[in-house]
Design a protein around this ligand. Structure first.
Ligand SMILES: [Zn+2]
Length: 309
């Protein structure tokens, strides 16, 4: 296992490393950056699993294209991808894209709130949704992110996750607002035996964009974009003015070797606008960008750009 999350001044790096070792894995502590060296390391050491953010495989792919053109992503021999740190891992199209490109199985492996506890939810072999695994040490609550009012933590509930330490001698946190909006899918025990509630991370409360009363998160937009093979999957939501918004501004990147079709019907941009209207109910204004327009990041990718004062 090569571990490609940040080890520097961030507790997630070392705690995830120790968690991986506790499973019996041999862990190469790589950290972020130096993608060329990472590719050499994976090949020389015979690494077959990677732990990173879900947006990092795109960086690896680009580096392979530019510096190792003789290698296909599958040639690296990665069989398992343990992902965490960003929303969108429940999206079947994203998961299929990882399988098709890399030949590796994606796993929704670690969810945590580093201020509170680095790693306390993951999928199992039966269900890709996150299972809450920390009932003995954390008390979870849900609140309405706008009003702060408590919400019942029941199947179908959606709200901001709030956490309280039950077992900590030093600096216990009481009702810490995680900033993560989660959707509770089930409070019944899973087939795997876990009795914790199962949930999806819908997005960050500070990433929420309200368009005509609809709460939109980048992960919802990504799910629509990932249905278009002509697009790379990379995108930004550039907000040039303060709310309110009548439509969602969206800049999307074309896949490699695809050029914009500006023929009848407005082409690809209009198709995507229609798909967003149909799936999310919101109007969008799409601008197509050439392949590789957006910077690829090693850590968490900022999708919503608030370009106003
Ligand atoms: Zn399970």
């Amino acid at each position: 296992m090569v571990h490609c999350l940040n080890y520097q001044m961030w507790m997630g790096g070392i705690t995830d490393h120790l968690t991986l070792e506790a499973t019996g894995a041999m862990v190469v502590p790589f950290g972020v950056g130096s993608t060329d060296l990472l590719i050499e390391t994976i090949r020389q050491v015979g690494v077959n699993a990677i732990s990173c953010t879900p947006s990092y495989p795109a960086v690896l792919e680009k580096t392979l294209n530019e510096h190792f053109p003789q290698l296909d992503p599958r040639d690296l021999g990665l069989k398992l991808g343990l992902f965490g740190g960003e929303a969108g891992l429940d999206d079947p199209a994203f998961r299929q894209r990882i399988r098709d490109t890399w030949g590796m199985e994606p796993r929704n492996a670690n969810y945590g709130v580093s201020d509170v506890l680095s790693n306390f939810a993951a999928q199992c072999e039966f269900d890709t949704r996150l299972h809450f695994l920390a009932a003995d040490v954390l008390y979870p609550e849900l609140i309405d992110p706008d009003s702060g009012e408590p919400l019942a933590l029941v199947t179908g509930a959606e709200g901001e996750l709030v956490l309280t330490h039950l077992q900590r001698d030093c600096q216990p946190l009481v009702r810490f607002r995680s900033g993560d909006i989660i959707a509770v899918d089930s409070t019944e025990p899973c087939e795997c035996g876990c009795e914790g509630f199962r949930f999806r991370v819908v997005g960050r409360s500070d990433d929420m964009v309200v368009v005509r009363g609809l709460n939109l998160f980048p992960s919802m937009v990504a799910a629509v974009i990932n249905g278009f093979p002509e697009l790379s999957g990379n995108y930004r939501i550039p907000l040039d003015t303060r709310p309110p918004y009548d439509y969602l501004p969206l800049a999307v990147e074309l896949a490699a070797n695809v050029t914009a079709d500006t023929s009848a019907d407005g082409g690809l941009a209009e198709l995507l606008e229609r798909a967003i209207k149909k799936n999310l109910g919101a109007a969008a204004r799409v601008s197509l960008q050439p392949a590789a327009s957006f910077e690829l990041t090693e850590g968490k990718t900022r999708r919503v750009l608030r370009n106003y004062q």
